[in-house]
Design a protein around this ligand. Structure first.
Ligand code: NAD
Length: 438
C-alpha cells in the first residue's frame, strides 16, 4: 500500500542501540544524543502521521472496505421507550399458534414479500435492514412504506451490529429468524468484494452469535443460493450434488454460509434451514437483475446484451416467481424444529436442512426477452454477446423433489404469468415519470 512506503525510512534507525559506535567525548556524546533524540521524535511524528493517514484513508483505498454496507455501519438511531414499544408491537402475534419472526433484509425484494405474508396470517414480524445503496435505496424506502401500512416496523441497522441485535432479542423473544439480509448479485463482487465478506460472512456470524446466546434460541431459516452449484454440470441440480466449485465470490460466500450454518448447528444446537433460491423475480423486484433492467432498457429503446455460451450455447435460468418463493419460505419456517441449545450450549442434536427452491423449468434468456417484448409491446434491440467470465453460469435448473416432500413446496407460476404481474407493477410504479428506474 502506497501510504506505508515511507515507513521504510524507519529502517534507517538501527533497532539495536548496541550497534552504535560509542564515542568517548561527553560533548559529542551529548550532541549525538540530542540529535538522535530529535531524529527519534521526528520519525515518531512521521510514523504517527502515517498511522493516522492509513486509518483515515483506508475505507476508500482498500477494496475490502470500500463497500456501501460499511458506510451503513454508521450509528443508527435506535433505543428508547418509544422505539421499544414499536419493536414490541410489530413483533406481537395476532394468531394463537403464530410465531414471532425477526426478518433481516426486510426492505429487500424477498424480505418485503415474506414479511407481508407472515404479518397477514397473524405472525409477529420485525424487520431489520441497513438500507444500503447497492441499488436505488428509494425502492427500499417505498417497500418500507408498504410494510408500515401492514404493521411491520423495520429497524434501521446492520446485522454486524451485535449490540443492536442483542437489544432486539432482549426486547422480543423471537421464536424464528428469517435471515435474508445479504449482499446479492454475482457481477458486483468483482467491483466490491468487501461488501460480500461484510454482509454474507461477517454479518451471518454476528447474527448466529447472538442467536446462539439468546434464551430461548430461535430457529433460523436463511437464504443461500442456487449459485452454490457453480460449475456443476449435472442437471437438474440436486441438494446432493457437489457445491465446491463456486464461479463467483458471491457463490463462495453463500457456500461459506452453509458451512458456517453447519458449525453453529453442530456446536450450539441451532436449528438451521438454508434455502437455495433460483433466480427470483416479480413485483418490487431487484433493479440489478436481468428481467428488471431489460424492461427498463427495452422501454427506453436502449440495446440489451443477451449472453450466449461457447459454441452458441443457450444461457437459461430456472426463473422462480416470488409468490412461490414466499410459500417455500413460510413452509420452511413452519416445519422448522426448535433449536436445542440454551445458555450458549448445545443440549441435543438440532435440525439442519438445505432445500432447493426453484421452478424446475429453465427458460432461455432470449425467451424471457420475447415475453417482455410482447408484454411491453416494444421490440427489443438485442445484442448477442459471449458470456463473460465474471461469475454467471450458463444454466440453472432445480431438482425440487426434496422441498416437495418435506415442505409441500409446489411452484405454480409460469414465467409468462409471473412477468405479466411484474410488468404491470413496473409500469405502475415508474409511471408518469414520477420515478426513474435506477
Ligand atoms: N433474488 C434472487 O434471485 C436471489 C437468488 C438467490 C439467493 N438470494 C438471496 O436471497 C436473499 C434476499 O435477496 P433479495 O433478492 O431480496 O435481495 P435484496 O438486495 O433486495 O435484499 C437484501 C436486503 O438486505 C439488506 N442488507 C444487506 N446487507 C445488510 C447488512 N449487513 N445488514 C442489514 N441489512 C443488510 C439490503 O439493504 C437489502 O434490502 C439474499 O440473501 C440473496 O442473496 C436471492
Amino acid at each position: 500500500m502506497s501510504q506505508l512506503k515511507p515507513m521504510s525510512h524507519l529502517d534507517n534507525i538501527p533497532s539495536t542501540p548496541g550497534k552504535f559506535k560509542m564515542d568517548k567525548s561527553p560533548y559529542i556524546h551529548r550532541l549525538r544524543w540530542h540529535s538522535s533524540l530529535a531524529k527519534l521524535t521526528f520519525w515518531s511524528f512521521v510514523f504517527l502521521g502515517l498511522i493516522l493517514l492509513f486509518f483515515f484513508r483506508s475505507p476508500s483505498s482498500s477494496p475490502l472496505s470500500s463497500d456501501p454496507s460499511r458506510r451503513s455501519l454508521r450509528t443508527y438511531n435506535w433505543g428508547g421507550p418509544t422505539w421499544e414499544k414499536r419493536v414490541r408491537s410489530s413483533a406481537r402475534l395476532r394468531s394463537r399458534n403464530g410465531m414471532s419472526v425477526l426478518v433481516t433484509g426486510a426492505a429487500g425484494f424477498v424480505g418485503t414479500h415474506v414479511s407481508t405474508a407472515l404479518k397477514r396470517r397473524g405472525d409477529g414480524v420485525l424487520g431489520l435492514d441497513n438500507f444500503n445503496d447497492y441499488y436505488d435505496p428509494s425502492l427500499k424506502r417505498a417497500r418500507q412504506a408498504l410494510l408500515e401500512r401492514t404493521g411491520v416496523f423495520i429497524v434501521e441497522g446492520d446485522i454486524n451490529d451485535s449490540t443492536l441485535l442483542s437489544k432486539l432479542f432482549e426486547v422480543v423473544a423471537f421464536t424464528h429468524v428469517m435471515h435474508l439480509a445479504a449482499q446479492a448479485g454475482v457481477r458486483y463482487a468483482m467491483e466490491n468484494p468487501g461488501s460480500y465478506v461484510h454482509s454474507n460472512i461477517a454479518g451471518l456470524v454476528s447474527l448466529l452469535e447472538v442467536c446462539k446466546s439468546a434464551n430461548p434460541q430461535p430457529a433460523i431459516v436463511w437464504a443461500s443460493s442456487s449459485s452454490v452449484y457453480g460449475l456443476n454440470s449435472k442437471v437438474p441440480f440436486s441438494e446432493r450434488d457437489r457445491t465446491d466449485q463456486p464461479a463467483s465470490l458471491y457463490a463462495a460466500t453463500k457456500k461459506a454460509g452453509e458451512e458456517i450454518a453447519h458449525t453453529y448447528n453442530h456446536i450450539y444446537g441451532l436449528s438451521l434451514t438454508g434455502l437455495r433460491f433460483f433466480t427470483v423475480y416479480g413485483p418490487w423486484g431487484r433493479p440489478d437483475m436481468a428481467y428488471f433492467f431489460f424492461t427498463k432498457d427495452i422501454l427506453k429503446g436502449k440495446s440489451i446484451s443477451i449472453f450466449e455460451a461457447a459454441n452458441h450455447g443457450t444461457v437459461a435460468r430456472d426463473f422462480t416467481y416470488i409468490d412461490d418463493i414466499v410459500k417455500g419460505c413460510l413452509a420452511a419456517l413452519d416445519t422448522s424444529e426448535k433449536s436445542t441449545g440454551s445458555g450458549g450450549k448445545k443440549r441435543g442434536p438440532a435440525q439442519l436442512r438445505v432445500f432447493n427452491l426453484g421452478n424446475t423449468s429453465p427458460v432461455p434468456v432470449s425467451d424471457l426477452v420475447s415475453i417482455l417484448e410482447r408484454l411491453l409491446k416494444v421490440k427489443a434491440k438485442r445484442r448477442i454477446m459471449k458470456l463473460p467470465r465474471n461469475g454467471d453460469v450458463q444454466f440453472t435448473h432445480a431438482n425440487i423433489s426434496l422441498a416437495e416432500r418435506e415442505l409441500g413446496y409446489k411452484p405454480s407460476t409460469d414465467l409468462q404469468t409471473g412477468l405479466k404481474k411484474f410488468v404491470r407493477w413496473y409500469l405502475n410504479y415508474y409511471s408518469g415519470g414520477k420515478k426513474a428506474a435506477g
